[in-house]
Design a binder for this molecule. Sequence first.
Ligand code: FDA
Ligand code: NAD
Length: 434
Amino acid sequence: MGEKSFKYVILGGGVSAGYAAREFAKHGVKPGELAVISKEAVAPYERPALSKAYLFPESPARLPGFHTCVGSGGERLLPDWYKVKGIELILSTEIVKVDLAGKTLVSGTGESFKFQILIIATGSTVVRLSDFGVKGADAKNIFYLREIDDADKLNDAIKAKKNGKAVIVGGGYIGLELGAALRINNLDVTMVYPEPWCMPRLFTSDIAAFYEGYYANKGVKIVKGTVAVGFTSDSNGEVKEVHLKDGTVLEADIVVVGVGGRPLTSLFKGQVEEEKGGVKTDTFFKTSVPDVYAVGDVATFPLKLYNENRRVEHVDHARKSAEQAVKAIKASEEGKTVEVYDYLPFFYSRSFDLSWQFYGDNVGETVLFGDNNPTSPKPKFGTYWIKDGKVVGAFLEAGTPEENQAIAKVAKLQPPVQSLDQLAKEGLSFASKI
Ligand code: FDA
Ligand code: NAD
């Protein structure tokens, strides 16, 4: 089998890979120096589109429309861009064996790739219901969503099951975004999740009450406090029913499961230091192995603002960590160094005609402000998180770009607050004057 050799290899072809490639190009790479190896068949793209515009019934987003780096307002890197820059895009190629010390990657078809410097950008995979032994979970038309292939299969099923019934298992990001997407496609949607309210890892009960009310008004049914324990299928092997732990049976033509992600670190087990489920890095995204970096979802890095090592599974960090790693690699080649990664966590989501942003840390007491009545003609509200007398996190639904910038500034600067009542009264104007 063949062997190829590169100065730099990016393992993974997702969001981080696209932004890392652009950063390499900015600093200058010689033809043949850099390769991106991806098991996907397409050049890096903005993954968030898959659960949003890619599933629209009218004018859906399609490649090449959302290749990186358009998601942050940057240049769209078409496959040709890589060619012109002399960057090898090695697609439909899954790496199945890694020898970090020996600086070698091996693909499923036995091809070897040698590297001098490696950037691990393998992202996450989905947690599957079959991982915890849910019966019948391998029936047809039970979908997970991570890659463009998954989204294509889901789109085919949406067309085949027009006006049918959909059950969404999970009340996190995928659950909420897919619940909306399938409803927009006119399916009869029921969401099921175990917690007392949706997105509990970020939302307070007040925030969740708004989204649950809004979804209910759009005709989405919500079953809380229970989980799917089994599925039955018809004679074609297609899912027919979802059995819940509380005894309820839901009919289903399509099931979408979003019960969490898991960083793809198994290839490197025992070869590199890990922490909090990810590959441990320093502020330059350097791992414990010389010349090996890790970025995006897989990296557990020092989050300076909170003086703690964390992993972040969101697109903004995927982009910025990739840029930081490449800057650090290039600087070190000249005996220089770059500034530490001073990251402010930023998460967002969009569904129906809603759009929220969150910055900072969701710890401590909370203060709700604004109008979170889901039946209001123009609801607009937010929440501050306050810890040790300082605002450390801020959430805003329906903010303008300026208002979103204002809450980001609050989360970064952590201004002190005297009275929570006063903060609730001031609401957004507190952020706007910081
Ligand atoms: P990413 O998953 O983007 O890329 C990993 C790549 O590595 C993939 O191409 C994969 O095929 C490849 N790979 C893995 N193992 C391999 C192997 N062994 N060999 C070869 N290739 C391999 N975030 C946010 O902030 N706002 C949002 O709205 C959304 N929306 C959203 C929707 C959906 C459907 C998903 C799945 C995720 C989001 N996210 C999000 C999260 C965000 O997309 C995510 O954090 C980034 O894509 C992470 O970027 P990475 O480059 O780390 O992984
Ligand atoms: P998640 O962690 O956001 O949500 C998982 C949810 O699964 C939990 O909230 C819970 O409701 C539910 N759950 C857990 N166990 C269950 C069980 N046994 N039965 C039923 N429900 C169960 O994960 P996700 O929504 O699957 O998202 C996967 C990944 O994709 C994450 O990394 C996420 O950050 C990313 N993503 C992000 C966005 C965004 O940032 N807007 C959008 C989509 C996906």
